[in-house]
Design a protein around this ligand. Sequence first.
Ligand SMILES: C[S@@+](CC[C@H](N)C(=O)[O-])C[C@H]1O[C@@H](n2cnc3c(N)ncnc32)[C@H](O)[C@@H]1O
Ligand code: SF4
Length: 307
Amino acid sequence: MHRMEEIYYCEPVFRPPSEAYSLLIQVTEGCTYKCDFCVSNLRKKFLIRELDDIKKDLEIAKRIYGNKVQRIFFLDGNAMIAPTGKLLELMEYSMKIFPNLERCGVYAHAKDILKKSDIQLKELSEAGLKIAYVGFESGYDKLLEDIHKKATKDDYIKASNKLMTANITLSATFINGLGGANKSDISEKHALESADLVNNICPEDDRIWYIAFLTLMVPSGTEIFKRLAKREFYQMDSLEILQELKLFITNIEFQNKKANCVFRSNHASNYLPIKGILDRDKQKIIDVLNYGITHTNILKPEFYRGL
Ligand SMILES: C[S@@+](CC[C@H](N)C(=O)[O-])C[C@H]1O[C@@H](n2cnc3c(N)ncnc32)[C@H](O)[C@@H]1O
Ligand code: SF4
């Protein structure tokens, strides 16, 4: 019997919800960082795959999907760290074999972006890299340090500006509840500093950019899981989560009233699905949050939450 050709994946793989219909191509494996909440590098030794092996996967995908491929997402946790030349060659090859390819995307740690020059980012953008998913997690430096994010609020401002200058769409994620319960001062600073960060990176034009809030999950094996087991960390309950998010939204204030910032908090980890444009829909979002705070029966039950 003829065996179907298979594209190589180093499981488990993670991709943003908005890349659900994209062709996933493994460029790197694992991640060069080790954030306390993340499973991305737990069972994987970091490596950058050989160009020829990645091209073979693109060719297999061509035989399977033909010209249907419109979007490619380059795995894994921080594929942006791959050398610019390799990413350029991959995108040029992808564009050549998939005539309907509209965009390529990657996960990027802020430091991976800062390591690339403005010229390199522009080259990547022109070759097809149109979106970068960056895990901000918080704008509060003390919390970023505590979770070993290896990035600061200032890094996020610089990295966002570099992406926007290169015309690469920014999609940034924050984590609701990251500081844990019983620490209201941390939660408050997490919300306020995160709002200040988002206010600071707002572009002056009406381009689309994305801000999403996930809610902290505690996967086994992570550092945060170990802290939870030792009772050094306590998870926030759903009400505290919504209050924290409300404080963030309340403090969003863009100078640019034409800003087109798509806000989402509708990931599998979230208790209450929310979507809107910031800061245009600020009051509507606050109304939804207030409804959730006073009608807790509509919130997603704990066992339905996931990553
Ligand atoms: C696979 S990571 C890739 C992001 C990229 N490596 C970076 O750090 O900038 C995607 C995002 O999922 C979110 N995430 C990962 N683990 C999570 C957890 N345990 N709970 C909630 N969100 C999580 C974080 O926002 C993280 O940045
Ligand atoms: S959040 Fe991003 S940088 Fe941190 S370990 Fe996970 S994939 Fe790596």
